[in-house]
Design a protein around this ligand. Structure first.
Ligand code: UD1
Ligand code: CA
Length: 427
């Protein structure tokens, strides 16, 4: 098994935020979470190290409470990317295998590319493989300098590059695979005599060539995979790219998406064929949607939502942490949270599961059996269970469990005052 090192100590000034850059979210998942997940999904790594610096405690707390195979290592002060990697030396003293280095702010990298990259590194018996990319506008990236025979020579940072070097369109994508046993001593020898006065990770290329090691580049196919986030504009762009990838995948799989331009679906949402997503839906977090469902227009699924087949979640319906079994409809204006809902249920317009007590901050569950019919504008005050086949009359407030096949109603009796309007008018 391999080790990964994820660089995330940088400041992220341009985010203009009190939240550390890598803890910003796309579809409710942090940027660094995307990177760690891509790494873990290759099943090639048993340990990840995240280098933290700015707001280290916040990042460390998040990482360590969410990822069991991932350690954070403090880099303070931050003296450059090479210095960042050297922080891991004490942890990998006796490790001789392969290490991959990536950045915590490039959430669009995929496990497929990582696998292919590592595979090529192994096939070539490479000691050091750099991921490169071809950019029409390479500004700000380190440039890949090749020898006349096409072999890799070195990487030159924008700020250190000559005008001639600045014209090179092949750039350093910032992802490296290295044989740790052979390369690790480079990290004790890096110098900071460059334009930025930093210890550059990129200098290991030159170092490895000097040691006559086997150094290669892998050219990335889809440049969006190394899209780095430095600002809120980038965050919005990355969200859009990720969304487009997700929509495309579902369209290819047979999901109907009426208006891709107004549809947002998180990458961790599974949808089966023949489901229709109507315009203006926002689907975030992890969800599972079955076959032949109808979602929206204007539906909001907030995560941990499981819909079986033939379920309708219609306009202005919000669903969170809820399972809905097959053939159930919630067509209009509802909030369904922390609920288990059976099959063949009808949730009337305006039904609310009152799942949250703001005084105790406790969230409670609503359980609705098969065949239940909930009348419009009802409030189900959780914790509560409405058993199989029960009916709840419109406008009821349900505060205790309802037994199977009964009718529950809290409605005030209807009064009709005959001729009342005319009496008032004629006064
Ligand atoms: C780096 C590469 C450049 C490449 C580009 C790709 C170097 C010297 N340059 O440049 O060739 O084209 O990435 O995006 O590596 N970080 C730390 N500690 C530090 C400094 C940085 O953890 O002391 C982290 C940052 O948080 C960031 C990553 O390293 O996640 C990259 O650092 P950044 O300063 O953005 O490097 P670039 O100048 O973009
Ligand atoms: Ca950068």
């Amino acid at each position: 098994m391999m080790k990964s090192i994820i660089l995330a100590a940088g400041k992220g000034t341009r985010m203009k935020s009190e939240t550390p850059k890598v803890l910003h979210k796309i579809f409710d998942k942090t940027l660094v979470g995307y990177v760690v997940d891509a790494v873990n999904r290759t099943n090639l790594f048993d340990e990840n190290f995240i280098i933290v610096g700015h707001q280290a405690e916040k990042v460390a707390e998040y990482v360590e409470s969410n990822y069991s195979n991932t350690k954070t290592v403090l880099q303070s002060p931050q003296l450059g990317t090479g210095h960042a990697v050297s922080m891991v030396l004490p942890y990998l003293e006796n490790y001789e295998g392969e290490v991959i280095i990536l950045c915590g702010d490039t959430p669009l990298i995929t496990e497929t590319t990582l696998k292919e990259f590592i595979n090529e590194h192994n096939l070539k018996h490479s000691d050091l493989t750099v991921m490169s990319a071809i950019f029409e506008n390479p500004t700000n990236y380190g440039r890949i300098i090749r020898n006349e025979d096409g072999t890799l020579n070195s990487i030159v940072e924008e700020k250190d590059a000559t005008d001639e070097e600045k014209k090179i369109k092949e750039v350093n994508a910032g992802i490296y695979c290295l044989n740790w046993g052979k390369i690790k001593s480079a990290f004790r020898q890096l110098k900071s005599n460059n334009a930025q006065g930093e210890y550059y990770l990129t200098d290991i290329i030159k170092w490895a060539n000097e040691q006559e090691l086997n150094v290669n580049a892998y050219i990335l196919k889809d440049n969006t995979e190394i899209f780095g986030i430095n600002s809120k504009t980038h965050l919005a762009e990355a969200t859009k790219i990720l969304n487009q990838r997700t929509l495309e995948k579902h369209l290819v799989n047979g999901v109907t998406i009426v208006d891709p331009a107004s549809t947002w679906i998180s990458p961790e949402t599974e949808i089966e064929p023949d489901t229709i997503i109507y315009p203006s839906c926002y689907i975030t977090g992890k969800n599972k949607i079955g076959k032949n469902c109808k979602i929206g227009p204007f539906a909001h699924l907030r995560g941990e939502v499981v819909l079986e087949d033939n379920v309708k979640v219609g306009n202005f319906v919000e669903v969170k942490k809820t399972t809905i079994k097959s053939n159930t409809n919630a067509c209009h204006l509802s909030y369904l949270g922390d609920s288990e809902i059976g099959s063949n249920v009808n949730i009337g317009a305006g039904t609310i599961t009152a799942n949250y007590n703001p005084l105790t901050k406790v969230k409670s569950k609503t359980i609705i059996g098969d065949e239940v019919k909930i009348g419009s504008n009802s409030v189900l005050v959780a914790p509560v269970e409405i058993s199989e086949g029960a009916n709840v009359a419109a406008l009821s407030v349900i505060t205790k469990n309802i037994s199977a096949w009964s009718l529950a109603l809290t409605r005030a009796p209807l009064k009709v005052l005959e001729g009342w309007v005319n009496k008032v008018k004629n006064k």
